[in-house]
Design a protein around this ligand. Structure first.
Ligand SMILES: C[S@@+](CC[C@H](N)C(=O)[O-])C[C@H]1O[C@@H](n2cnc3c(N)ncnc32)[C@H](O)[C@@H]1O
Length: 232
């Protein structure tokens, strides 16, 4: 199957090699990635997936935080895979990286304890956001945890204004839903429960939020069954 169209890490393919520098210059990188790792809270023996690993900045931090986890990454862009693989090897770490077509993740159902993603969903249009979230729901184990770090609802008019820079680079169509605060709606539509925004950071270029949710699939099915039985 042909790959879905996608927005490269920095909006344009030729800018991908400058991605790390651009993040360093425009965002409080240490702070927002530290908060992501703290929100993921990797525990020994957990099976964890990063969706849209980019240049592996998060994969390296998560693996260094907890070496004894089964961590892997998936992305759509072969160019970032090359960069990520180089950095992982340079750090003497082993983290498998997968590419996929943008439609179906190359994993069986109910595989991962945690799935996280950082700075990916603002690059997806509404339809793709829901499709990808449904795929993340599918590959998570029941009671598995979703963690998303991405642009959220602007905390004030200045944040709304400065977010314009991200919108110029990444496009208005995909970023409008984020800045309008619609991420929790997409997460819920994909089937997740217990949706929270535990933290948000105001940066030079907009409000950056952390979203967490659970795949409470088994509880939901049992609950509906019980209701149906008691109604009969
Ligand atoms: C802005 S970069 C973020 C990279 C990294 N997660 C980080 O925190 O720096 C967005 C990444 O999402 C990937 N991406 C775009 N569309 C995607 C899709 N449909 N499925 C998976 N990854 C996608 C891009 O290839 C890119 O690596």
């Amino acid at each position: 199957m042909e790959n879905q169209k996608f927005v490269p890490a920095l909006g344009y393919d030729f800018l991908t090699e400058y991605y790390d520098l651009a993040i360093k210059l425009t965002m409080p990188e240490k702070k927002f990635r530290r908060l992501l790792v703290d929100t993921i809270k990797p525990n020994p023996n957990e099976k964890i997936l990063e969706f849209g690993f980019g240049t592996a900045q998060n994969l390296l931090l998560v693996k260094k935080e907890c070496a004894n986890i089964d961590l892997r990454g998936v992305d759509i862009d072969p160019k970032v895979k090359e960069i990520a693989a180089y950095k992982i090897a340079k750090n003497n770490l082993s983290i498998p990286l997968d590419l996929y077509d943008g439609v179906t993740l190359p994993y069986a159902n109910n595989q991962f304890d945690k799935v996280y993603s950082c700075l990916v969903f603002h690059q997806l249009d509404a339809d793709t956001k829901i499709k990808c979230l449904k795929e993340l729901f599918r590959v998570l184990k029941p009671n598995g945890k979703l963690i998303i770090a991405d642009w959220g609802e602007a905390a004030n008019p200045i944040m709304r204004l400065t977010f314009g820079l991200v919108q110029i680079l990444d496009g208005f169509k995909t970023t409008n839903d984020n800045v309008r605060g619609l991420m929790p709606n997409f997460i819920e539509k994909a089937g997740f429960d217990n949706i929270f925004i535990p933290d948000s950071i105001n940066t030079l270029i907009g409000t950056f939020s952390y979203f967490t949710a659970r795949k409470n699939e088994i509880i939901k099915v049992d609950f509906q069954k019980n209701r149906w039985h008691s109604a009969c």
